[in-house]
Each structure stands twice: as structure tokens, then as C-alpha cells.
Design a protein around this ligand. Structure first.
Ligand code: SF4
Length: 338
């Protein structure tokens, strides 16, 4: 029997009030469309997609930092219903937030520039009422786990490197003993050497602390290196989700294939290079039918007016594309040269 996921998300939809609609008209921008996700306790779950695809909005909604208007999140038993509960106060979200910490893209911006690294790391412990001596000992242990030299604890973020600041952010995140770490583009600001050291560190910490990772990234090489499961987002829609090994061996959705083909590392992509045409459309005016159809070289007539539904193509692998429907109708309308 498949174990119950650590975190189960069903039909999650998020919308924002459109500020450009004027004061007398109420209009919404749909940012996330009815997503289903299962995250298991041993996962390094990677959420992939271009900037603006909705990755960070989804993470914020999961953690209760942004309300969702429809759907359910089940964590540790209790379920949060999007339409009925004030998300910031319900029990399941409190429990999820207590068990979760975030690590952001820019470590310097995440740390208070006026505090020493020691003070930043011990801050969450102080908020929990942990005494001064105990805090100091805990910070030294956490710094050791995060590979941060004790000599650096008396320095401020501006006096150490980006990699050292990110280690301090990780030590701070671990101070409350979370079960889930949301990593939002954690390596983007680092150079190649610091990046590789950080990958090794994240793998070690996952093992030592029994952590579940929810990694938001457009770094496909990183997702391939450490991911166990992968989901790809496009304009607020989940277009493909799969075990990482199956996804990187054979991505199915045309957008996912284009993303992988854009990685220029030797050996990363064996197939033909696919150059995406045009820009990500505006959430204010999403295309009808499949939202990817204006940029898709494989679109069918049906794609311009009917949104595809997710279909299973293998165990744990679903794709949201008419090419994987029972009977994609009509011939491809691929344009010459695309
Ligand atoms: Fe392309 Fe159609 Fe599939 Fe959308 S549904 S990705 S337009 S083939």
C-alpha cells in the first residue's frame, strides 16, 4: 500500500484581486489553477518552471502566507479547505508552519545586516524562550552542522561571502528543528564552487536531520542532481509531474522538453534543441484552451480551444497535454520552420 503523503494538495487555486480593474469593478487574476500534488517524507520535491510561472505563489499558499480560494491541503491529519477557513489561523497551517522553514535566494537580503551571524541564527530560539547559554551552544552546534566556521559568528552579513551567509541562513532555518525545508532558488546567488559545496551540504543535512525538501528552482541541473520528484509549472498550471529519474530520462510535455533542451551542459539533453518562441503570456489574459498553445510547436487544433486534463502516462507520472489524450483530434498544425 502506498504510504500517505507527508503533504497532500488537491485542486489548489489561488487568485489575486486585479488592481488595474478600477475601484468599482471586482476582477481577479487567476495565479494557480486547481493543482494536485503529493509530497512524501523522504522527498526532495523540485518545482520547475520559468520566472512568473507561479512557483513561489504556490509555496506561499501551501504555507498559509497567501490565501487560496479553492482546494484542500492535508498535513499531518487536519485538512485546510481553501474556501471555508481563514488560512493564516487554522490548526493545520499552524502545525505546518511550525514544522517548516524557508531558505531564500538572496542570503544577504534574508539576514538583518545589523545583526551578527550568531544573533541571526539564535533569533528564532530566543523567540521560543530558549535561554542565553543554551542558545549559544545551539548556535555553535548548528553552525558546525551547516559548515560555518565559529570564527565567523561574530561577523555581520556584509563581512562574509555569499556562501557563508547562505550557510548562516540554513543554520537559522534548522534552529527550530523543521521537518520541511522550502528552498527558493537557494543556489542562484552563489559561484560554481560555493554552489557545489552547498549541494553536498544540503544532501548531508537532509540525511542527518531527516528533512523533506521542497525545492523551487529553474536550475534543471540541480533538480536532476538532487531531486526525487519533479513537477513543472507553466502560467499557474501544473503541466507534468513525475519521479525525477523518469522525468529526466524522458520528459513528455512539449514545454518540459523545451526547458530541458535549453540546458547547455554537455550531455544534459540528447535530443533536438527546442527554442521557445515568444514570451510567457500575461496572467491577465491567459490564452484560451491549452495555455501553452501560442508557443507550442506541436499544437493540435483542439489545443486552441480546449484545456487538456492531466493524464497518467506511467506510475506516478502525469502529463497535461492533448498529445497524451485518448484521441488527439485532427492533424498537427505545426507551422513550417517552428
Ligand atoms: Fe502543445 Fe497542445 Fe500539448 Fe498544449 S495541449 S502542450 S498546445 S500539444
Amino acid at each position: 500500500m502506498t504510504p500517505m503523503p507527508f503533504l497532500r494538495i488537491r485542486d489548489l487555486s489561488v487568485r489575486f484581486a486585479d488592481r488595474e480593474a478600477g475601484i468599482f469593478r471586482r476582477r481577479f487574476i487567476q495565479a494557480i489553477h486547481g493543482l494536485d500534488l503529493d509530497i512524501h517524507a523522504d522527498d526532495t520535491f523540485c518545482l520547475l518552471g520559468e520566472s512568473g510561472s507561479g512557483k513561489t505563489t504556490l509555496a506561499s499558499a501551501i504555507l498559509g502566507l497567501h490565501p487560496f480560494h479553492r482546494g484542500r491541503i492535508t498535513y499531518n491529519g487536519p485538512t485546510i479547505n481553501g474556501s471555508t477557513i481563514k488560512q493564516s489561523n487554522d490548526t493545520a497551517h499552524k502545525s505546518l508552519r511550525a514544522d517548516c522553514q524557508m531558505v531564500f535566494q538572496s542570503p544577504a537580503a534574508s539576514l538583518n545586516p545589523h545583526l551578527t551571524l550568531q544573533q541571526s541564527i539564535e533569533e528564532p530560539l530566543g523567540a521560543k524562550g530558549v535561554g542565553k547559554t543554551e542558545r549559544r551552544e545551539a548556535v555553535r552546534a548548528l553552525a558546525g552542522q551547516a559548515g560555518l566556521s565559529h570564527d565567523l559568528l561574530s561577523r555581520r552579513p556584509g563581512e562574509v561571502s555569499g556562501g557563508q551567509n547562505q550557510r548562516a541562513c540554513i543554520a537559522r532555518a534548522l534552529s527550530t528543528r523543521p521537518r520541511l525545508l522550502v528552498l527558493d532558488e537557494p543556489l542562484t546567488a552563489l559561484d560554481a564552487v560555493a554552489r557545489q559545496q552547498m549541494v553536498t551540504l544540503l544532501c548531508r543535512l537532509k540525511e542527518n536531520f531527516g528533512l523533506t525538501y521542497f525545492l523551487i528552482t529553474h536550475d534543471l541541473a540541480l533538480a536532476r542532481q538532487i531531486g526525487t520528484r519533479v513537477a513543472v509549472m507553466y502560467l499557474g498550471n501544473l503541466v507534468e509531474k513525475a519521479p525525477a529519474a523518469a522525468f529526466f530520462a524522458e520528459p513528455r510535455h512539449p514545454y518540459a522538453r523545451a526547458l530541458l533542451s535549453s540546458v547547455l551542459r554537455p550531455g544534459f539533453w540528447q535530443g533536438k534543441r527546442i527554442v521557445l518562441q515568444g514570451e510567457l503570456p500575461s496572467l491577465r489574459r491567459p490564452p484560451k484552451g491549452c495555455v501553452f498553445h501560442p508557443r507550442c510547436a506541436e499544437r493540435l487544433p483542439i489545443c486552441t480551444h480546449t484545456a487538456p486534463r492531466p493524464r497518467a502516462v506511467a506510475e506516478g507520472h502525469t502529463v497535461c497535454c492533448h498529445l497524451f489524450g485518448a484521441d488527439p483530434s485532427g492533424p498537427s498544425i505545426r507551422e513550417p520552420g517552428r
